[in-house]
Write a protein that binds this ligand. Structure first.
Ligand code: PMP
Length: 401
């Protein structure tokens, strides 16, 4: 039957309902600030958003959005190709290109559309794509649609990438290599110096999704490639407005003038309505803020280090380095659900991640840090995890069960 393949999910939903746990699609009834809300009836610290710089509540972004809605209306009611290209969209494209120091930019309605659209269009039948095995779902969706030959290299393993490039022989020079800056689930960063070196040796084009690293890494917040000093090796940068910039939307920037022709070949750009002017205006304001206020990025890292060190000191199995995403890996689904529920009861909302969204068979309690968190809030999050240990819900070893 058509619906048979959904039975496992239906059973899981029934199990969660029977346990009175709602980790997926938990309803936020009130947003009190960038870091606090009322979720499923509970006052919680938000430790599972991607609001890395806390800009969703910045008064300058809110004001810009309000003014744009008043001036331009609530929506464009059309695609960029037709009636939906307002001067606001063009201004943002100019500004995001300038931010990256390149000449070409495309703004998309979501980050998903940006990566999916670019990855499905850049390579086509007869081309080869090499992508990191832990790539985001939007990248997987895109490469599937592209019709290109798809080769996965081991996560963050430049030697494996080199081996596969070598095997391609002459085709390597035309291949599209896809990686991310900070990976969204474990918070680990791609070894971009080594990946760039592989590209320099074998050729090819590098597409980098900086969704979680833009605003968080690099001297001026351009992301992981800037931090690694390899921006010149990146052909296409993609990213999103829904994380550090506190709104919604996506982008691709490039030094290649061909981006202007590629723009009109991307279904996810042509056949969808453009972003509402209010979104574009708040994103422009946020981009100015991250350019002018590096202290936000420094605060984000203070908080990230504080949370990472706190959870590590408790003996919890976090990743190898501190990052704005701090994930606690667990092996048992039921125990992870119990922990998620206990964290909610302690007033802390985090993300519960299950395979295949997590990169291995493990389950994750995924925390994401914001520059807007106070030190006291970070300490409350750490104390909530300590409570899990006291309650016997999680074992403080390098491997939790
Ligand atoms: N790329 C990566 C790596 C992501 O993590 C995400 C969102 N989680 C996206 C793209 C899509 O961005 P958006 O949610 O803004 O559509």
């Amino acid at each position: 039957m058509l619906f048979d393949k959904f039975q496992t999910m239906a059973d899981f939903q029934a199990e969660l309902a029977a346990r009175h746990v709602k980790p997926f699609g938990a309803v936020t009834e009130k947003i009190l600030s960038a870091t606090e809300g009322v979720v499923e009836g509970r006052n919680v610290i938000l430790a599972g958003t991607n609001n890395y710089l806390g800009l969703s509540f910045d008064p300058r972004c809110i004001k810009a959005a309000q003014e744009a809605a008043a001036r331009w209306g609530t929506g464009t009611t059309g695609s960029r190709l037709a009636n939906g290209s307002f001067s606001e969209h063009q201004a943002l494209e100019t500004e995001i290109a300038q931010f990256y120091g390149v000449d070409h930019a495309i703004v998309f309605s979501t980050g998903y559309a940006a990566t999916m659209g670019m990855c499905s269009t850049l390579a086509g039948p007869g081309d080869t794509i090499l992508l990191d095995a832990d790539s985001h779902a939007s990248i997987y969706s895109g490469v599937k649609l592209s019709g290109a030959d798809i080769i996965r290299f081991k996560h963050n393993d430049p030697e494996d990438l080199a081996k596969r490039m070598r095997r391609l022989g002459d085709r390597a020079g035309q291949a599209l290599i896809i990686a991310e800056g900070i990976y969204s689930m474990l918070g680990d960063v791609a070894p971009l110096q080594e990946i760039a070196a592989v590209k320099r040796e074998y050729g090819g084009y590098l597409f980098l999704d900086e969704a979680h690293s833009m605003g968080a890494l690099g001297e001026t917040g351009r992301g992981a490639a800037q931090a690694a000093g390899v921006e010149a090796d990146v052909d296409f940068f993609a990213g999103t407005f829904s994380k550090s910039l506190g709104a919604i939307g996506g982008f691709c920037v490039s030094r290649h003038a061909e981006l202007e022709a590629i723009r009109f070949c991307i279904n996810a750009y042509i056949f969808t309505a453009s972003s509402a002017p209010s979104i574009i205006a708040s994103t422009r304001a946020a981009l100015r803020i991250i350019t002018e206020e590096p202290q936000l990025r420094h605060k984000l890292w203070d908080n990230a280090n504080r949370l990472y060190d706190g959870l590590k000191d408790l003996g919890l199995p976090v990743g190898p380095t501190a990052s704005p995403v701090v994930a606690v890996e667990m092996e048992d689904r039921s125990a992870t659900i119990e922990c998620w529920n206990a964290l909610m009861a302690a007033g802390v909302y985090v993300n519960l991640v299950i395979p295949p969204a997590s990169p291995s068979t493990n389950f994750l309690l995924r925390n994401s840090v914001s520059a807007a968190h106070t030190s006291a809030q970070i300490d409350t999050i750490i104390a909530a995890y300590a409570g899990l240990i006291t309650a016997g819900l999680i074992t403080p070893t390098s491997k939790a069960h």
